[in-house]
Design a protein around this ligand. Structure first.
Ligand code: SF4
Ligand code: SF4
Length: 149
């Protein structure tokens, strides 16, 4: 699994704390850095190249919540980026406006990306976590015909 799992010490170093502190105990005005070191050119690096701080949500994962997962079908996708915009966990991988797939290390399986996908059939569909992606792709539905009014 890519990305470090959250640890009990997460964020303690930045706060200079001896023990974990609650959100209401954090010193006012404390700076919580998202990245280690000089972050001046961070926007030009891909997420895999960045060095994340213990505070960044990239170092934690809610993927273990998932019981169903989105599967991506490249053959239908029109790269509209809707899923990338709406995903609450930044778990849609997109480069140069091209959808590349799902970051399963961080996706929590909420299904929002499927809801907002505009293609017919959808380019993302939810399957049970145990389903192999190749098997899921072989079960993809046909295009739905428009019903006559
Ligand atoms: S299921 Fe939810 S968390 Fe996972 S990629 Fe889709 S919108 Fe993001
Ligand atoms: S919302 Fe659907 S069509 Fe648009 S980029 Fe995502 S998967 Fe592709």
């Amino acid at each position: 699994m890519r990305g470090a799992a959250a640890t009990e010490k997460r964020g303690m170093r930045e706060l200079g704390a001896e023990k974990l502190v609650g959100w209401d105990e954090v010193t006012h005005g404390v700076v919580i850095n998202s990245f280690e070191g000089d972050a001046a050119n961070i926007a030009s690096l891909t997420s895999e190249e960045r060095i994340y701080s213990d505070f960044n949500s990239y170092t934690a994962t809610v993927a273990s919540w998932r019981v169903v997962k989105p599967v991506y079908n490249r053959d239908i996708c029109i790269d509209c980026q809707n899923c990338w915009v709406w995903c609450p966990d930044t778990s849609i991988i997109s480069r140069d406006k091209q959808m590349l797939g799902i970051d399963y290390d961080h996706c929590k399986g909420c299904g929002v990306c499927v809801e907002v996908c505009p293609t017919n059939p959808k380019s993302l569909l939810m399957f049970i976590e145990a389903e192999e992606n190749d098997s899921a792709l072989s079960q993809w539905p046909e295009k739905k015909k428009k019903e006559k009014e």
